[in-house]
Design a protein around this ligand. Structure first.
Ligand SMILES: *Cc1c(COP(=O)(O)O)cnc(C)c1O
Length: 443
């Protein structure tokens, strides 16, 4: 953990004057399409704290969207990346390769679910990994179609926009989108019309019916699913849904792709969220938490599928950059050394009971859900399931003003999500929860 004191400290309003000055420069220099959730400009960050340019220290329940799970500038990440930085910064793995890339691949092949032979390819961003998983699945199956789910999020490139469910802000005005993408229902228990106990079976039946009747299973290259839908609202598909869809894929020669970009690397209390129901994906996409904050992404999976693409068909100038690979090796070592799967579970054990107690008090909290350190509350108008995005935004704003970084998400914009760094101290975690309680009391 960095030397940054692990305490909240507010010395100005949030955002303070220096941040406001920088916001004015941002407005003049940076494209408006690049939005900002909380315009405090960061000077340093570590453990569970983000310090801004005005000297405020905020508690971090966001981890830069589940990226800095090992903490910001984690010592092992910094050491390995700095050593690599001094040796060489880039050669392009496709031109003259290096050991770090191979070592990351070996680690991913060993850590991901299943004991079959696996291979890995590295990329720069999550979206790029998902695109490549689709390329690989199409190359292997020689089929065109890709099946995705309601509430799914897979990125912002043209193909991944097509795979993503929500129009605003991700797709609005950016079409036309890639063809041969088909969306089927997700077993969203809280909102399943016939009740959560029917969600898994009915959603799977509907999805399979759509695939077989509308597309034809023999035309489907891949089924791509997040084991817990992230941007869509931290929706855990009702138990049984994932294994059912994986089985359907297996029975029909379809490549089952788990997009674990947000859920992976200890976040949900296991190395990968699909382990929870014993699902073994054919391919798994990772990014975010993989490298402690450096840009890296991967596709890992069955060797015979990964090898389907011809030599030269996969890659990119920067994919598997040596500094990012060194950082990933530092992050993975940290996860093992600090037993961060266990830490993630402990975070859930602290957060969920306190949020459930809050739910007793505030009927606007429709559901508390999630696993490990991937926890959310869905806000509705009391007595209904009508989404309350305005209340969600107000609670988030109150948290921000009080020095807590929280994020919102959800198809209906009515979900507060919590993704603390897995190394956060328990005092800070509880203080963050106090701030959430105060925010509910105040709005
Ligand atoms: C963030 C995310 C992506 C996209 O990753 P980028 O690195 O932003 O391109 C894809 N899938 C899921 C599940 C994500 O959470």
């Amino acid at each position: 953990m960095s030397e940054l004191p692990q305490e909240r400290r507010l010395v100005t309003a949030v955002p303070g004057p220096k941040s406001q000055e920088l916001s004015a420069r941002k407005a003049a220099a940076v494209a408006d399409g690049v939005g900002v959730t909380l315009p405090v400009y960061v000077r340093r960050a570590g453990g569970g704290v983000v310090e801004d340019v005005d000297g405020n220290r905020l508690i971090d329940f966001g981890s830069g969207i589940a990226v800095t799970s090992v903490g910001n500038s984690a010592p092992m990440v910094v050491r390995k990346a700095a050593e690599q930085l001094a040796e060489f910064t880039h050669t392009c793995f496709m031109i003259t390769p290096y050991e770090g890339y191979v070592e990351v691949a070996e680690q991913l092949n060993a850590l991901t679910p299943g004991d079959h032979a696996k291979k890995t390819a590295l990329f720069n961003s999550g979206a790029e990994a998902v695109e490549n998983a689709v390329k690989i699945a199409r190359s292997y199956t020689k089929r065109p179609a890709v099946v995705v789910f309601d509430h799914g999020y897979h990125g912002r490139t043209n193909l991944t926009m097509a795979l993503t469910a929500k129009n605003m802000p991700y797709k609005e005005g950016f079409g036309p989108f890639a063809p041969e993408v088909y969306r089927v229902p997700l077993a969203y228990g809280y909102r399943w019309l016939t009740g959560p106990e029917h969600a898994a079976e009915e959603a799977a039946a509907q999805a399979i019916d759509m695939i077989t009747k509308q597309i034809g299973a023999e035309h489907v290259a891949a089924i791509v699913i997040e084991p817990i839908a992230g941007e869509g609202g931290f929706i855990e598909p009702a138990k049984g849904f994932l294994p059912r869809m994986a089985q359907f894929a297996r029975d029909n020669g379809i490549v089952f792709v788990a997009d674990e970009i947000q859920t992976g690397f200890c976040r949900t209390g296991q190395w990968f969220a699909c382990e929870d129901e014993g699902v073994v994906p054919d391919l798994i996409t990772t990014a975010k938490g993989i490298a402690g904050g450096l840009p890296l992404a991967a596709v890992t999976g069955r060797a015979e599928i990964m090898d389907a693409a011809h030599a030269g068909g996969l890659g990119g100038t920067y994919g598997g950059n040596p500094v990012a690979c060194a950082a990933a090796l530092g992050a993975i070592e940290t996860m093992k050394a600090l037993n961060l799967t266990e830490r993630a579970r402990r975070i859930g054990e602290v957060m969920v009971p306190r949020l459930r107690a809050l739910q007793e008090k505030y009927p606007a909290i429709g559901e508390v859900r999630g696993r490990g350190a991937m926890i959310a509350v869905e806000l509705v108008r009391p007595g209904t399931k009508e989404p309350d995005a305005a209340l969600t935004a107000a609670v988030a704003k109150a948290c921000h003003a009080n020095g807590l970084v929280v994020l919102t998400c959800g198809t209906y914009g009515n979900v507060l999500r919590f993704l603390p760094p897995l190394v956060i101290g328990e005092d800070l975690l509880n203080e963050g929860l106090d701030i959430i309680e105060e925010a509910f009391a105040g709005v």
